[in-house]
Design a protein around this ligand. Structure first.
Ligand code: ADP
Ligand code: MG
Length: 214
């Protein structure tokens, strides 16, 4: 089972990897955007981490709803409302249980990705974050690692696509040949989740079988 602390660690791990990759995300957003994706997400996830540290929400759902609200409040542009909706909707689906199962996480993220598609009107193949999120959540039934790998594959597969949504779509065929920044950051989010789950599972294993079923 996964508690509020787990989700706080996921958001903190995302902040760390966005911090590490911010320049690259902004570089990817230069030829097919306005060169702000890295700075947008860095501002967003640093604020998310700070808010979670300050407020210590009591449940997984409350952590993700706070994260989503924070992203919507502090990140301008397309990605703030979209990532904010992803996390808010996922958090709402988790309700106020103090612990949730991986199966609940899978279903909640699936609903969250559905909310992103509804808000942005995009589908896989449109060269957006959905090209990483959709294959990523589809693999959650296998493992968090498989989901992260599928999202990374989905991000790479945006290179030959022509953008049909967002700022990059204004470029038409000139958007072809560049990796989508939002798909790239979506893969970072799912990789941070997989790393957080690996660390939690390793800690559980080290605690030994006495911990099981607690
Ligand atoms: P902006 O485009 O407003 O500058 P960002 O640079 O932060 O915002 O984010 C750009 C990313 O947002 C794109 O790479 C794409 O993945 C994602 N995006 C843009 N529009 C949509 C949409 N309608 N649906 C899903 N994702 C989108
Ligand atoms: Mg941009």
């Amino acid at each position: 089972m996964r508690d509020a602390e787990f989700f706080g660690r996921w958001m903190a791990a995302t902040a760390v990897s966005v911090e590490r990759e911010a320049d690259r995300l902004t570089e990817l957003d230069s030829p097919i955007g306005d060169a702000d994706h890295g700075s947008n997400l860095l501002r967003g996830f640093l604020a998310v981490r700070a808010e979670i540290d300050a407020q210590r929400p009591p449940s997984p759902g409350a952590v993700l709803q706070l994260a989503g609200r924070t992203l919507i409040a502090v990140v301008g542009g397309a990605s703030g409302p979209l990532y904010g909706t992803l996390l808010r909707r996922t958090g709402k689906e988790l309700g106020d249980a103090v612990e949730v199962s991986d199966e609940q996480v899978r279903k909640a993220l699936y609903a969250g990705v559905g909310a992103v598609a509804q808000l942005g009107g995009a589908a896989p193949g449109d060269k957006t974050m959905l090209d990483a999120l959709v294959p990523g959540v589809a693999e959650l039934s296998t493992s968090y690692r498989a989901a992260a790998g599928a999202a990374e594959g989905g991000a790479l597969a945006t290179v030959p696509l022509q953008a049909r949504k967002g700022r990059a779509s204004y470029l038409g065929a000139r958007s072809i040949g560049h990796q989508d920044p939002g798909a790239t950051s979506a893969a970072l989010l799912l990789r941070a989740l997989a790393d957080t789950a690996d660390a939690a599972d390793a800690a559980d294993a080290a605690d030994g079988p006495a911990e099981e079923g607690r």
